[in-house]
Design a protein around this ligand. Sequence first.
Ligand SMILES: Nc1ncnc2c1ncn2[C@@H]1O[C@H](COP(=O)(O)OP(=O)(O)OP(=O)(O)O)[C@@H](O)[C@H]1O
Length: 271
Amino acid sequence: MVLDIRNVHVSLGSTPIVHGVGLSVAAGELVMLLGPNGAGKSTLLKAVSGDAPARGEIFVSGQALADWCPQALSRHRGVMPQRVDINFPLTAEEVVRLGLSAKSPGRADELVEHLLSDLEISHLRHRLVPGLSGGEQQRLQLARVLAQIFDTEGDRLLLLDECTSALDPAHQQLVLQRVHRLAREQGVAVLAVVHDLNLAAQYADRLVMMRAGRCVLEGAAREVLTPEVLDAVYGFQARVVELPEGYPLVIPLGQTRAQTAPLKPVCRQAS
Ligand SMILES: Nc1ncnc2c1ncn2[C@@H]1O[C@H](COP(=O)(O)OP(=O)(O)OP(=O)(O)O)[C@@H](O)[C@H]1O
């Protein structure tokens, strides 16, 4: 396993947020973390990123997070947080180069070119970042994070917190196709927080559903995205249609506010 989380608890201040979560992500696997606002998804990702204090065990490539040398870890683990505010007058190209500090200068030029072009932001390379739109900045941040782990030999882990939230539908597809390709073709292990259930159904190998700081359900899209689960976890009614493409489509029909409904009857696996 590239990422192995066992019985992780996170408290922020005196407030317990994440309660005994266990999950793993293998090389080449794209796992998406779902759940209502405040469920603890970002906090769990922050624990794996080293940005939130955690109890329990977190292993990256079999080595405890705390035992990694920070420089080595930065080449194996890329983290895209939910928000990155850059208020300095850096150009888009300079931001991507921030992720490339350890690469040789000749190789760095080639990688910057490749990443800007791959995420369709080449035309923005000389623009100052504070003036870019939300969706342009989001693709730029992904380019920076990918630059950081590009080329690294051995396991690579990508942690993405709502990396498509500011994107139009075409760019959501572009970004998730790229991330999916990184997993499939280059063996990168990806753990991504998303809110869009249909993007999750389309791209994830496996879904993990969180509610109130716990992982309450884990499985394939057709197992997790059922009307019963969606009602119990989020509190909305939905029709779920199996598409010929092989994954379900969720059509929301209205809010029920049943988030506190007991989950036992719909849980296949709880930790
Ligand atoms: N420093 C803090 N002290 C106390 N509670 C906090 C702190 N930071 C976050 N929280 C709370 O922890 C809970 C989980 O937050 P988190 O950001 O992990 O949720 P999330 O599942 O990522 O939500 P969203 O989908 O809205 O991004 C929230 O209720 C949040 O208000």
